[in-house]
Design a protein around this ligand. Sequence first.
Ligand code: LMR
Length: 392
Amino acid sequence: MLESLKPQPQDKILQLIAMFRDDPRDGKIDLGVGVYKDATGLTPVMRAVKSAEKTLWETEKTKTYTGLAGEPAFNAAMVGMILGGTHADRAASVATPGGTGAIRQALELIRLASPGATVWLSNPTWPNHPSIIRYLGMKMAEYRYFDAATGEVDFAGLTEDLGRVAPGDVVLLHGCCHNPTGANPTADQWRQIVQVLKGRGAVPLVDLAYQGFGDGLEEDAFATRLIADSFPEVLIAASCSKNFGIYRERTGVLIALGDAGRKAVVQGNLAFLNRQNYSFPPDHGARLVTMILEDQALTADWKAELEEVRQNMLSLRKQLADELRKATNSDRFDFVARHRGMFSRLGLSEDQVNRLREEAGIYMVGDSRINIAGLNARTVPILAAAIAKVAG
Ligand code: LMR
């Protein structure tokens, strides 16, 4: 049986981790996978997480199974954080292994409810979106999103393409901090997107993996809340990997908003999907998040640290845009300061990306996506000079 297996294509982002690790050069710079790093290159355990872990270690009396849909308190806390206290009466939810698990379960739910539905993805999007959809044998379409010439959202192309969505089709939207481009619609553009999609009878699926990394915890929920207020049915796949820094704990949630009278049936289907795929979801990270969100002092400390993380990325963005302006003697890369979240797509060719890796030991994804948090004040000028050299 096993001899019939063919090699699978490697994930472009994860492949970089191994390449970087195997590079013996001292000054190498990792701008690949989306993991936050401080100025020393460490991905720290957040203070509130450490504190909750200590309390948990002291007080936890059992490791027996939790609920099939996860702890209700975790799901409620996440619905509260994302939707700001609204829509709870019509929100079915399950804890999932990270944001990827939430995306996977969302797609499984769509396939169960509407097997013929097409899922629309932004071009470009996180490469694992089309990969999972293809694996599940679902239909997929693309909408234009990014204007490579300006580094901004191609709003005319986006609305034109979304105007072609069929009733009942699912449209995957990045709730904030678009991955991989870093370019995001304005509030007014979001309102227009909602109008177009409402007119088409689409079902939005929001991927919210970076809440708190863009303009702030509340601000980054703006589009998701607008969408929740505007559509009868919405799916939201959220991750705690980045904003709580608990990547390896695999903590996420899938929220399905629908008619309040159907909530129990939707909830039952979400629990069923958990049971079919992995039974009970991981609990440790979810429990830490719950402890933090249910405790005022821990919440305040977590928010303060998350804000430090966000501000650090913003100042790196500004510094990089300034350095690139000097190094290239042009405003070509000014969009870096306007982008939000961990990523910016620089608009370099694959050949230029390869040269940066081979000649300067600078690792970025092949589409020229950089992880801003992989930089620090010392390495920003090094990157700017290297980019100027290959792009000049
Ligand atoms: C990324 O895009 O780098 C992150 O979402 C990590 C991942 O799993 O790809």
